[in-house]
Ligand binder design. Structure first.
Ligand code: MG
Length: 285
C-alpha cells in the first residue's frame, strides 16, 4: 500500500494511493497516528472506500512532514561511497566495523517537490545523497536482527542534502552540516513493508539537471537494514514513525574531482525503483 500526505485547503491530509491513480483520504488521522494505530487500522485503510481524489492533481508533502524526533542517519554505509569519502579526506580506506550514526533536525524535512533553500551566507557547499529510508512501525529496544523486519512499517526516499563546509567544521560531528532547514526532501509516499518484500534489490539514481550522479543498488549496504535496526536499538528505544536513512552510494559531489556542489536553479532528482522519485529545485533565499 502507498500512503501519502497531501496539501489541501484545510491543511495536510493523509491518503491511500489506489492502483487507478486515485487517492482515498483517511479522515481524522495523520501518518504518525496511522502508524501508531497498528495493523488492524492499516488493514481497514487498505479496503476503505469513499470518494477519491486524483493523485496527479494533488500537491504532496513529505509523508511524515514533522517527525516526532530527529531523522536517524547512517554514514559510510555503501562500500564505494565510504571509499570515495575517505579518499577525498586523505584518510586510509577502511570500512567501518560498526554503523556510523548521526541525525538530521526535524526542521530539515520538506516535500518531494518543494524547493531546497540556498543561503550563501550559511553554506555554498550543498551536496546530494539519494537514500532509502526505513520507517519504524513499532516501539522496540534491543531488537534482534532476526526479528527486525517486524518493526519496519515501510519505506520512502530521502535526499540527505549536506552542507559539506559545515559538516566537518563543528568538532568533527555531522549534526550542524546535516541539519539546515529544507535539506531533507522526503517522499513521495511510504510504501508499506508488505508491498516491498525485498528492499535490498532496488536500483537507486540521483540526477542533477538531468545528469546522472549516483546510480547504484540497495543490495550493497555495508550494514543491511536488520543489522542497522539491531545496532540502533541497542539500549535505545525506537518509536513508531522514526525514520532511518540508510546511507548513500558513491557519486556525491564533494568526492568528485573537481568537487561539485548544488547552486541556485539546479534541479536534483532522487529515484528508487518501486518507490518513485523526488524532484526538488535549489532556490536562493
Ligand atoms: Mg547520508
Amino acid at each position: 500500500m502507498k500512503l501519502v500526505t497531501f496539501k489541501s485547503n484545510i491543511g495536510l491530509r493523509l491518503g491511500v494511493v489506489r492502483t487507478n491513480g486515485g487517492v482515498t483520504p483517511i479522515p481524522g488521522m495523520d501518518m504518525l497516528s496511522l502508524i501508531e494505530a497498528g495493523e488492524a487500522r492499516l488493514k481497514k485503510a487498505r479496503t476503505d472506500t469513499g470518494y477519491m481524489l486524483s493523485l496527479a492533481e494533488l500537491e504532496l508533502a513529505a509523508p511524515i512532514p514533522t517527525p516526532r524526533r530527529n531523522i536517524f542517519c547512517v554514514g559510510m554505509n555503501y562500500r564505494e561511497h565510504a571509499a570515495e569519502s575517505l579518499r577525498a579526506k586523505g584518510r586510509p580506506v577502511v570500512m567501518p566495523d560498526v554503523p556510523v550514526f548521526f541525525t538530521k533536525a526535524t526542521t530539515t524535512v520538506i516535500g518531494p517537490t518543494d524547493d531546497i533553500p540556498f543561503d550563501a551566507s550559511v553554506s555554498t557547499k550543498l551536496d546530494w545523497e539519494v537514500e532509502l529510508a526505513v520507517v519504524i512501525g513499532r516501539r522496540g529496544k534491543n531488537i534482534r536482527r532476526s526479528e527486525a523486519w517486524d518493526y519496519v512499517f515501510g519505506y520512502t526516499i530521502l535526499n540527505d542534502i549536506s552542507a559539506r563546509d559545515l559538516q566537518h567544521s563543528h568538532g568533527g560531528q555531522f549534526f550542524k552540516g546535516k541539519s539546515l532547514d529544507g535539506t531533507c526532501p522526503m517522499g513521495p509516499w511510504i510504501v508499506t513493508r508488505d508491498d516491498l518484500p525485498d528492499p535490498h534489490k532496488l536500483r537507486m539514481v540521483c540526477r542533477v539537471n538531468g545528469v546522472v550522479k549516483q546510480d547504484w543498488h540497495t543490495g550493497d549496504m555495508v550494514f543491511d537494514i536488520p543489522t542497522l535496526i539491531e545496532w540502533l536499538s541497542r539500549g535505545m528505544t525506537l518509536l513508531p514513525g522514526d525514520v532511518i536513512a540508510t546511507g548513500t552510494p558513491h557519486g556525491v559531489g564533494f568526492a568528485r574531482n573537481p568537487p561539485e556542489y548544488l547552486k541556485p536553479g539546479d534541479v536534483v532528482e532522487c529515484e528508487i525503483e518501486e518507490l518513485g522519485a523526488l524532484r526538488n529545485r535549489v532556490v536562493a533565499v
